[in-house]
Design a protein around this ligand. Structure first.
Ligand code: NAP
Length: 271
């Protein structure tokens, strides 16, 4: 029996690459996105259902899950990939910016999890792969809101395993490092520092240094990590991926807070 995966944020980046990988591996794929009418190449693939799902719109979540389940008979794996980042000084963030960051990266993810769980519980089987980030374990300056959402995803996913493992459902966390996708392009929400001059110099320096961060173009390795998490049948919870991910996370584990802060300041706030 062919297995079925539902992927959010499949219009670009990791989500799109992951649709292609699962399809190549012979899976049915429910490739969900906010604007499916713009998609042409994924829609041409056999056993790929391209359909609308905005993680902030409950009706669209319900209808994508219903449509996918009707077409393929059930959802074996959920990949919660949709998300974006914001950059700026917390004090300059409007209420809308703050809440929207959480609506998409955290509350939206919960709503999609809740929509697939009845089917997974009924079958006593399933895997939920939540795409976090190295930024779910370590922090950089001026990314407070993004980190807060990804730390929340990490805590939620880690705790959820206790509820779901006894029901035959595994939860997984994929933690990519920096990759060249729309994440750092059109998806990035730069709200900056407004007229709060105290933050201007370090913010500008951080943005300048961020542009030098070596972003990998090999987004296929993130799709591979998501596929592994979905299919390896193990109890492994976290899957760091990317050249800097494992060393950085290891450094975080081995370094106490003040020393780690100094290391991050050294790397990000000096030219
Ligand atoms: P991307 O190319 O910008 O893809 C993000 C996807 O999320 C897009 O398909 C976007 O859809 C979708 N999305 C945004 N808001 C949405 C909403 N309300 N409902 C449904 N979909 C929504 O970036 P990416 O790098 O592939 O990012 C995927 C995930 O990886 C994110 O969770 C991100 O935080 C995480 N991540 C990325 C990196 C990196 O360096 N690239 C590193 C660590 C973690 P639209 O096309 O409609 O905007």
């Amino acid at each position: 029996m062919k297995q079925t995966v539902l992927i959010t944020g499949a219009s670009s980046g990791f989500g799109r690459e992951t649709v292609k990988l699962f399809h190549q591996k012979g899976w049915n794929v429910i490739a969900t996105m906010r604007s499916p009418e713009k998609e042409t190449s994924l829609s041409a693939l056999s056993d790929v259902l391209v359909t609308r799902l905005d993680v902030t719109d409950q009706a669209s979540i319900d209808s994508a899950v219903t449509e996918g389940t009707r077409k393929f008979g059930g959802i074996d794996v959920l990949v919660n990939n949709a998300g974006y980042g914001t950059l700026g000084a917390l004090e300059a963030a409007s209420d809308d910016v703050i809440r929207q960051q959480f609506e998409v990266n955290f509350f939206g993810l919960i709503d999609v999890v809740k929509a697939v769980l009845p089917g997974m519980r009924a079958r006593r089987s399933g895997v939920i792969v939540n795409v976090s980030s190295i930024g779910g374990k370590v922090t950089f300056p001026f990314c407070t809101l993004y980190h807060a959402t990804k730390f929340a995803v990490e805590g939620l996913t880690e705790s959820l395993q206790y509820e779901l493992n006894p029901l035959g459902i595994r939860t997984k966390i994929v933690e990519p490092g920096g990759y060249k996708t729309e994440f750092s392009g059109r998806s990035m929400g730069y709200y900056g520092v407004g007229d709060l001059g105290d933050y201007r110099e370090p913010y500008d320096l951080f943005i300048k240094n961020l542009a030098k961060w070596p972003m990998s173009e090999n987004i296929g390795e993130v799709a591979d990590a998501i596929f592994k998490a979905a299919t390896d049948g193990t109890e492994t919870l976290r899957y760091p991926v990317g050249h800097e991910a494992a060393p950085l996370l290891e450094a975080r584990r081995q370094t106490e807070d003040v020393a780690f802060k100094k290391m991050i300041i050294g790397q990000t706030l000096f030219s």
